[in-house]
Design a protein around this ligand. Structure first.
Ligand SMILES: [Zn+2]
Ligand SMILES: [Zn+2]
Length: 137
């Protein structure tokens, strides 16, 4: 678990991180919060245990109560606004990393697509993996 998977950083470089080992889960999310936070149709997110994620730099955070009642907090660079990680009150000790911020994201292989009820016709994600209307239990 100590092998570096990849490094990553925000657009301006003030916030950076190192990921070690393999992600515990990978998904693409079409929920309206991800659409709004990303400014586009979905987010591609890999999930890691906190100890696999080493952060450098200061982040700002914004928490949103999801339709599940859980609070999803998105952390971003206060200078350039890039999202660098998120965490959810329902999954203690797990961080979600938007894979576009990773220097190498060729390893990303989503296991599911969630909140497909909000998927727009112009934003294609995979249908050959499990697709869920919302967040699977
Ligand atoms: Zn930045
Ligand atoms: Zn989402």
């Amino acid at each position: 678990m100590s092998d570096t998977l990849t490094t990553g950083k925000c657009l301006c470089g003030a916030v950076s991180f190192t990921l070690t080992g393999d992600p515990v889960n990978m998904a693409q999310c079409h929920c309206k919060d991800c659409q709004r936070a990303s400014g586009t149709g979905h987010m591609s997110i890999a999930f890691f245990k906190e100890e696999q994620f080493e952060l450098k730099g200061e982040t700002s955070e914004f928490g949103v109560t999801a339709d599940s009642g859980n609070v999803n907090t998105r952390a971003f660079c206060p200078t350039c606004g890039s999202r660098v990680f998120s965490y959810n009150s329902a999954r203690a000790g797990i961080v979600g990393v938007p894979v576009g911020s990773c220097d190498d994201n060729s390893w990303f292989t989503p296991k599911a697509v969630v909140y497909c009820k909000d998927r727009e016709a112009w934003d294609n994600t995979r249908t050959d993996i499990p697709n869920f209307d919302g967040m699977p239990g």
